[in-house]
Design a protein around this ligand. Sequence first.
Ligand code: ADP
Ligand code: MG
Length: 341
Amino acid sequence: MIDIAGFQVEEKIYESVRSVVYRAKQIEGDRPVILKTLKDEYPDPQEILRYRREYETTRHLNVAGIPQPIGLQRVSNRLVLITEDIGGQDLKKLLKTHTFTLRQLLKMAVDTVRILGEIHAANLIHGDIKPSNIVFNSQTNHLQIIDFGSSRTLSGAVPVGETQMLAGTLSYMSPEQTGRMNRPVDWRTDLYSLGAALYELFTGNLPFETTDALELVHAHIARLPMMPSELDAEVPVGLSDIIMKLLSKNPEDRYQSTRGIEADLSECLERLKTTGRINPFPSGPAGRIRQISGIPQTGWPAKRTRYPGGSLRPCQPGWERNDVRCRSDRDRKNRSRSRSR
Ligand SMILES: Nc1ncnc2c1ncn2[C@@H]1O[C@H](COP(=O)(O)OP(=O)(O)O)[C@@H](O)[C@H]1O
Ligand SMILES: [Mg+2]
């Protein structure tokens, strides 16, 4: 555990090769806080830069849906980033242990998009949107986007050749952000990553499940992911279309701002509340794709429960949370197909 004056450290909530995150109390004011620190006593200057960037960026960002920064302190040789704590857990972890209804997941998606819109309106690209960078308190329903270590200001596009500046995470990375497209990177890179994050939220799978870096880059650039509604028949087609539109290879084919996504996802939520179903949109952007591609438009029953690991089947006692037996048949088929590739 870390020893930092003025704070009482309570528990370690995350550890990776490079950082450790603790939950703590600021003694003055008895305020719950998050302490994020680099593990290495002599860290890479790039890592120090990430911490400074995160602190400086969030300090000047007037957005309610992000953790308010409290300070950046040097403790021995280490930098500690101190932020407010809403008592949440990141969505990657939460999905493995909690069951959410489609309506709850949609509400989370709408909140995430709204906050991302505020980040973009503040002239910033987040650069690393993914479920482990979204925290949610299931008691208060409070949601925040965290981790601004890969963020960049949105003063025009990032020029071609500087695309690698946006680090991000490969499984959620837009084709242009991989640096292999010879295209500038702008705010629409976050919309692709959002699509990958929503894909995982609603199906329990990544758009491309491989962990091989080269294969992932190739997949983001050239392969079409299976439609969420094909992978999991209980994902409504209207919602599946929205996710696929976000995952378009060309930024021009995605939604052009968070406003359109928020409107379509809110419409899904509204239809679910009032009719219990989400029929595909006949005239909205997502619906147009279906009409053009000639895919039949059907409605789906709305009431269903998602089990830990994103599965639609309950896990039996003794089965592991991500046990393949907890997943749908189609899901299993898909996984074994990608394994055999
Ligand atoms: N405010 C927070 N609330 C809950 N968990 C958090 C919070 N901040 C960080 N974490 C946990 O720590 C992990 C790493 O923090 P993050 O800021 O994303 O750092 P990194 O740059 O190492 O990814 C998150 O994925 C999450 O599990
Ligand atoms: Mg992170």
